[in-house]
Every structure is written in C-alpha cells, then in structure tokens.
Design a protein around this ligand. Structure first.
Ligand code: SF4
Length: 143
C-alpha cells in the first residue's frame, strides 16, 4: 500500500479501502491469535465470521458479537500480521475496528467498545503523538 495521506482520517480511509478490497475473509489472522482462547465470547467461533464482523466495523456498520469479543481481547501480539497471506496488517485492521466500535470514526449509536476495552490502543496513540514522527515513519513502525 503506497499513499501520501494529509490527515490521520485520510490515512485510515486509505487503509480501510485497501483492506476491504484485498481481504479474502480466510480467517487465518483469527486462527493465529493467541488471545482468542481467553474470551468466552469466542468459544467455537467461526474465524471467517469473526473477520467478516471486523470488516463490517471498517465499513462503519456494527459487526457481530464475536467481532466485538475479538476487538476486546487483542493484546497486539502481531501474530495475525505474520499469518495473513495477503500481506494485510491485520493488527491495524483490529485497531481501526476498535476505533469504529468506539464511535471514533463517526458511527452513531451506543458504542460497542469503550476506551477501557482497548487500553493498549490509546497507549500507542500517546506514544506516537509524542514522537512527532511523520505519517510515513509511523506506518513503517506499525508494520
Ligand atoms: S488473514 Fe488476511 S486475508 Fe485472511 S481474513 Fe485475516 S486479514 Fe483477511
């Protein structure tokens, strides 16, 4: 993915469009996640269904309950990134899904997630905001 986005929102929109166009919903990122076993909401979940729910959040549509459970349990192990055969940054996909589920991308209604559910997400934002890195440098760090 190559881009020169002027704003964080433009950067996210490019990432969302790219992910939605390339993700095959194979579920390998979910299968590689070491945290799913720790969520009761993911017992017996169909990986393809969970990923489809996350992609719904990227589309600004409420995803299914399993997708919310996965968004909540992410600890940024990055195993999903290594597992994706399409080269999609699935960990970033989860982060953007978290933003959407919190209502931070403009989705109206009661948020499915709160900041308390995604503490690491805000820790990363704070860390990057303090570094004053360019968008290109941040993108490289997020890979
Ligand atoms: S592994 Fe990659 S292509 Fe497969 S569902 Fe996850 S993000 Fe999509």
């Amino acid at each position: 993915m190559t881009e020169k986005a002027a704003t964080l929102r433009a950067h996210l929109d490019v990432f969302i469009d790219d992910t939605l166009s390339r993700c095959t919903r194979c579920g390998k990122c979910f299968e590689a996640c070491p945290m799913t076993r720790y969520s009761d909401g993911l017992t017996g979940a169909d990986p393809k269904n969970v990923v489809s729910g996350v992609l719904d959040w990227l589309k600004q549509t409420p995803g299914n309950a399993e997708s919310v459970a996965w968004l909540k349990v992410c600890t940024q192990s990055s195993r999903c990134v290594e597992a994706c055969p399409e080269g999609i940054n699935a960990m970033k996909m989860i982060r953007v899904g978290q933003m959407s589920a919190m209502g931070s991308l403009g989705l109206s209604g009661k948020p499915a997630l709160s900041g308390r559910d995604a503490k690491d997400f805000f820790r990363v934002i704070n860390a990057f905001s303090e570094t004053q890195m360019t968008p290109e440098e941040i993108e490289r760090w997020q890979r």
